[in-house]
Every structure is written in C-alpha cells, then in structure tokens.
Write a protein that binds this ligand. Structure first.
Ligand SMILES: [Zn+2]
Length: 253
C-alpha cells in the first residue's frame, strides 16, 4: 500500500482507483490536493464540474454563484433537491460538496462574477472553470484570465448541445478569438433550453480538462473545441486558432 504523509488512509482508499490509472499515480493526486479551482456558476455545468473535482480530490474549490434555488433548476442541477427551494445556492452547494469530500476546502462566494470581483477571484485560483450561462460573464472571466495568465476551462451548453475547450493565455485561442461577438441566437435569449444530460456531459468533460491541466495527465483540449449534439448523437473535435487581431489576447506572445 502507498503511504504518504500528504493523505489520510481514507483519502488514499478514496483515490485508489484513479491513482491506479497509468500515467496518473500518487504525484498527480498530490497536485490535485495542492490546487485551487474557481468555478463560475455552479449550476448544471459548473455543479457537475464541482462534484467531479470534489470526488477527484482537488484541495480547494471557490464556488461563485448568486441567488437562491428555484424549481426550474431541478431538471439538471445535480447538487439541488426540491427541499432546497428558497435556500441560497452557495449554502446548498457547500453543504453537498463538503459531504462528498470532507478533506476538501470549499469557499463560497454568493454572487456572480462581475467587474467588481473578477480580478480578486481569478487571483485566488490556479485554474478557472467557467460554467456561466451568460456571455457577458464569460467575456469578463476570459479577459481577466488572459490578463493574469491563468488557464481557463470553458464548458458550455445550449439545448442538447455542448462545447468544451481549454484556454491557456498566449498558447491557445481565448474566448474572444472563438466568439468575437455573442452568437446571434444568444443575443435575445432570456431563458435557455436545457435537459439534464447535456450539462452533465459537458461538465464532466470540463472536470476532466481541469484534472488534466492540474496534473499533467493526458492531452487537454488546447487549440481544440470538443462539440456534441445529443439530439443526433453527433460528436466532433475541431481545431481552433488564435485571431491575430483579437482585442483580448493578441498582445501576448
Ligand atoms: Zn483571443
């Protein structure tokens, strides 16, 4: 049995199956435990990322999400139950995530990402996972991640579709390279359509991206956009490129 002062016997048992993955091992597990991940919006997508990272053994999560649990969250947010309706989202999410992994620290920020808090939040994290439904929040997070040189996992869904890529400032396209402006279909939307499997799949893929980036295991989706549509079972990975004229990231070598 592997012994190390870094982990309790229960932690080693909890992570034993992933430590057995070739190329992963105890060193990857140490890196996870040493990492702080900030998750913007902890709904269908971000909540799935948070649950997977909690179970995988990330040391600290900063969960950023405003508002209270409402009934329409319940078709896709795995962290929420009908008995939670009316409770502040972060209060519920912290309770569930700490129950999943008591060895992890969870820091709750009961508001959404804004111009006022984005610099401070990004500064506290080693990696950012973006599960926000609104492009305005995503653009803010993208610009700040680029400014501070922090990796950003972008996981997004709409309807039965999902999109994932990992942004590494100076190395890959940023969000503004991929979407110089909000997609037309998004501009006027107030309530986007969603069914449970889409955010869970896209969030699971996003969590794996975060794990890969933190540990060095495997091949992250750098310069690649992974895309699926559950209506037709279509999935594909396309190459994406930086825009030489991107107003957000083109100044970085
Ligand atoms: Zn860019």
């Amino acid at each position: 049995m592997v012994t190390t002062p870094d982990f309790s016997p229960l932690e080693l048992e909890r992570y034993s199956r992933q430590i057995r993955i070739e190329g992963f091992g105890i060193e990857a597990q140490r890196r996870l435990k040493g990492a702080t991940v900030m998750i913007s919006r902890v709904g269908g997508v971000g909540g799935t990322i948070a649950m997977n990272l909690a179970r995988a053994g990330v040391g600290r999560l900063i969960i950023v999400h405003g508002g209270k649990i409402v009934g329409e969250y319940l078709n896709r947010m795995q962290l929420a139950l009908p008995s939670d309706i009316g409770r502040p989202c972060t209060e519920v999410f912290v309770e569930r995530l700490e129950a999943m992994n008591p060895d992890m620290e969870v820091i709750a920020v009961p508001e959404n990402v804004s111009e006022e808090n984005v610099a401070d939040l990004v500064a506290k994290a080693d990696l950012i996972a973006d599960g926000a439904p609104l492009f305005e929040e995503r653009y803010l997070m993208n610009a700040e991640a680029v400014r501070q040189g922090k990796p950003l996992v972008m996981a997004a869904m709409y309807n039965t579709e999902g999109y994932v890529t990992t942004i590494v400032p100076g190395e890959t396209p940023c969000l503004a390279c991929i979407f110089p402006k909000k997609p037309d279909y998004w501009t006027n939307i107030k309530v986007f359509p969603a069914i449970g499997p889409s955010p869970v799949i896209v969030g699971s893929m996003g969590a794996m991206e975060a794990i890969k980036m933190i540990t060095g295991y495997g091949t992250p989706l750098k310069n690649k956009l992974w895309f699926f549509d559950l209506e037709t079972n279509m999935t594909k990975t396309i190459s994406i490129n930086r825009r030489p004229d991107c107003p957000v990231c083109s100044h970085i070598a």
